[in-house]
Each structure stands twice: as C-alpha cells, then as structure tokens.
Design a protein around this ligand. Structure first.
Ligand code: GLU
Length: 496
C-alpha cells in the first residue's frame, strides 16, 4: 500500500501522536516543528496528541529544561490532550515514573533469552572497536557474553560485576513503509547486539520508547529524520515482544541557509530566544509549518486552526527544509501589523522597561502608544522598537553633523535651512502644534527650495539623529514644541 493510500483508512478519533522530548536542552525549533506536525496530524483526524517526557538520561535531564519545553510549547499554542500535567488514561507521562513497567518487559526478554547480561568492560569494548576498525570492519559487538551459562551470569550479578542488558539482534532485512519517504530498508547484520538497558531499572531510549509507544497506543510516530536509523532497532524490539507497530513518518532535517544542519552557528535556535527577540507565536507556527510542508499553492498565511484543516503528511517533502529567517521576519511583520495599537504597545512595554527607557510604575502608555504606532508598519520583531524609538527618550542626541546634510548641500545653505526652521517653528503656537499644521506650514517652504529634501531631511535628521525614521511632522508632533526647538538648536550648534 502506498503512503497516500494508507491515509484513506484512518478513522476519525483513532490517531494518537506524541512528542517525546528529552529535557536535556531548551525547546529547539526542530523539536517544536516536530511537535507542531504531530499536533496538526492528530487534530486533522480528530485524534489525540500526547506529551511524554523522556527523562531516563538522568545525568543530562534537568527540571529547568523540562519547564522551558513545556512553557514554550504552551506559548506556541501547541496544546496536548495528555501529558505530565494533565489527566490521561495512559499515564504517567514521564519516563522516570514508568520504571516498573519497563522492568517487566526487560524481564520478559531476559526470561525468553531474547536479551542477556553483558559484562564486558568499557576498555574491552573499546579495544574490540579499535581492532575491528583496524581490520577495515564496521565496529559491532563481538557477542562475547551472548552465550554465558546461567550459573556464571548469576554469580557475576551476585558479585556486583558491572553489566548492561543487550538485546539479540537477528541478522536480517528490516523494512518499513515510511509515510513520507516510502519503503525504507535496513540490514541489521551490521548492527550487533544492542544495549537496551544499563540494568533492570535503567532502560535506554530505544527500549523505553518502544514500550511507551505501545502502552500509550501511539498510532503514528512522526519525528525527525535523525531517528530513521533507530526505527529498525525499535521494530526488532516490537517483534521480539509481540507488540503492534505504529506507522512511521520521518520529517526532513532543518538546514541553515548554507544547507548544513541548523545549529547555533546559524543564530537563534531555541524557541525562547525567538520569543525574547519579539517573534509572535502565530508567526512561529506559520513559519514552522513551512519547514518541510507546503500547501501545494501560493498561500503563505496560515493560522494554527487553518493548518489543522490544510495540513497533510502527503505534502511533506523528503529533502532538507531551509530555515530562512527573512521569511520569519516577513510573517512576523504581518502578524504585528494585525495587532491593535493598544495590544502592540503592551507587547512593546517589557522591551522599553528592559532598555531602561521607562519604568514599570511610571510608563506613560499614551505616549508609548503614539511612538509605537509610528513604527507599526515597519516593525519585524518587537525588540526593534527600541532602536527605532530611543531618540524620543533622549535629552541630547549623539550624531555626526554630516547626517544633517542633504545630498551635496553646501555648509552655508544647510546653516540657512536650520536657521529658517528655527524661526518658522518658533512661531507656531503650542496649541497649533500638530502634524497637519506643521505640514501645512513647512511644506510650502520645502517646495520653495526646489528640492523638498533640502528642508525636510535636515529637519528629520535633527529631530531623530538617525539615517532612517518616521516622517518629520509625525515625530515633531510627538516630541512637542519645546523638545523640537531644542533639537534644532543642537543641530545649529553642530554646524556653526
Ligand atoms: N526523546 C527522543 C528525542 O528527544 C524522542 C525521539 C522519538 O520521537 O522517538 O529525540
């Protein structure tokens, strides 16, 4: 049956997917994308999406990472039906709370001689590996402990000799029908007997994941391509234990623009970093959906709800998905423009506070809303609001006098323009100080110069101290008469 055909047989409500993060790092966009695709697939078929914390690696797992993963998935709006913090029929949903269950299965494999205790030391294994490689062979376990007699095993265990539990890997071809990649086949002859647990109470990933996917009735395992090579191992374990096999779908890798695997070298990779820079959850969701999926048409804007409708695994590509931050900026700009000025100001407030421009207690929201609105059109991420608007908060601006010069204006001409600006602006009454009036008064003067830039550029530069900004009339209105005149005077000082 082709992957496409298999979807026809899915009955609503039967799909159960999961995201199974190991809390050994912050929520990475790769993991968030996997969570999103699992969520979308489950919701599309009216099924359930499960969060399972895979914390069996005790040395590397921390509560902080678990908290970061949970908080940021929630922030993105990817909500689970079952997980460590919710009820569910198949809990607990944290692996360290399921040790007894794994133990039962481990004992079964040992009793049936499908797994065995291995007492080889690290040094011994390393020497073996070195030897095999020196002979041009692929390294794999030699099978030294595979046939130890029961008495010896008992004795070693009683003596407390360090050991692990290995699973007997039959040499054969294992294949599965990947819902994205089609038929995938592996020759397990190269694998060697694999370690599935350090001891009865310490199962390792490939083993625990098989038990959990079965016990939690996971119907579809959708995960990153980096797990493809784990799938045959998991299938062998399912076969040995007589467990049903979920369907597998391996998502394409996420690549940087240089087409190497996305990593810190490329910039931000954790969801919390994007959040801090001022990306909105809607933009992240919309963007991540396109990391490997496309709707098959030109539409670019998708809410989470519309993705649930449109998403399909058939439209997921096999090849790597390039992470293009410009696309994310574009989408974020779009969603920022959808916010009301009040809401956008609220979103910007923490950035103003952090930059020390206002305090929580004394923030003039009216004023902030005015300056935020000036930049709503150009904002791509919320953090940019600071570099756009910091000049409003300063007493004295720090810029080079060359900034005031429009094209190749002579010094004298520039000086005259600034003088003229001071004169005209001083005459405007406080009560008439608004952008319409400023425009009415200044535009005819600007036209008179033959090139409006000759008046408008020095004005705007003097008021903002920046190469680029909102227009001079809007800025002057918000600055008010006193501050505007002060800035013109400062410009005069600079060029005198
Ligand atoms: N704990 C594994 C990981 O974080 C889960 C892999 C899987 O989905 O099976 O990579």
């Amino acid at each position: 049956m082709s992957p496409e055909e298999q979807f026809k047989f899915i009955k609503p409500g039967e799909v159960r997917t999961r995201i199974a993060p190991s809390p050994t790092g912050f929520l990475h966009v790769g993991l968030a994308r996997t969570a999103l695709f699992n969520y979308l697939f489950a919701k599309k078929y009216e099924g359930s999406f499960v969060l399972r914390i895979e914390d069996t690696d005790l040395e590397r797992s921390t509560p902080e990472f678990e908290k970061d993963i949970i908080e940021n998935l929630k922030w993105l709006g990817i909500e689970w039906d079952e997980g460590p913090d919710t009820d569910g029929k198949y809990g607990p949903y944290r692996q360290t709370q399921r040790i007894d269950l794994y133990k039962k299965y481990l004992e079964k494999l040992l009793a049936e001689d499908k797994a065995y205790y291995c007492f080889c030391s690290e040094e011994e294994l390393e020497a073996q590996r070195q030897y095999q490689m020196s002979q041009g062979m692929a390294p794999k376990y030699s099978g030294k402990c595979a046939n130890l007699d029961k008495e010896t095993v008992k004795k070693y265990l009683a003596e407390g000799k360090p050991s692990v539990i290995r699973f007997r890997v039959a040499s054969k071809k294992v294949s599965f029908n990947d819902l994205i990649r089609g038929k995938v086949e592996f020759d397990t002859g190269l694998m060697g007997d694999m370690v599935i647990a350090k001891d009865l109470n310490t199962p390792l990933y490939n083993f625990a994941v098989v038990i959990d996917d079965f016990e939690m009735k996971i119907s579809h395992v959708i995960r990153g391509e980096d797990h493809v090579s784990n799938t045959p191992k998991q299938i062998l374990l399912q076969e040995a234990l007589g467990l049903t096999q979920p369907q597998y779908a391996h998502l394409p890798l996420i690549l940087g623009t240089d087409r190497t695997k996305l990593s810190k070298r490329h910039g931000a990779v954790s969801v919390s970093e994007f959040k801090k820079q001022g990306y909105l959850p809607e933009a992240m969701i919309n963007f991540m959906a396109f990391l490997g999926w496309n709707p098959g048409n030109e539409r670019e804007i998708y809410s989470l709800a519309s993705l649930v409708k449109e998403f399909s695994l058939e439209n997921v590509q096999k090849g790597g998905a390039v992470f293009n931050v410009k696309k994310l900026d574009f989408l974020n700009g779009f969603y920022l423009r959808q916010r009301s000025p009040e809401k956008l100001t609220e979103l910007c407030l923490p950035y103003f506070i952090e930059a020390g421009l206002v305090t929580k207690e004394k923030a003039d929201l009216n004023f902030l809303q005015k300056i935020v609105s000036l930049y709503q059109e150009r904002l791509k991420k919320i953090s940019e609001i600071i570099e756009f608007t910091d000049f409003f908060f300063k007493e004295v601006l720090n810029y080079d006098k060359e900034l005031l010069r429009w094209k190749d204006m002579e010094d004298k001409e520039l000086k005259d323009v600034i003088d003229k600006l001071e004169k005209i602006l001083s005459k405007i009454k406080e009560e008439d100080w608004n952008k319409e009036n400023l425009e009415n008064v200044l535009m005819p003067e600007a036209e008179k110069t033959g090139d409006r830039g000759k008046l408008l550029w020095p004005l705007r530069a003097a008021l903002t101290g920046k190469e680029a900004s909102a227009g001079p009339f809007e800025v002057a209105e918000i600055l008010g008469k006193e501050k505007t005149i002060k800035r013109i005077k400062q410009a005069k000082e600079l060029i005198k």
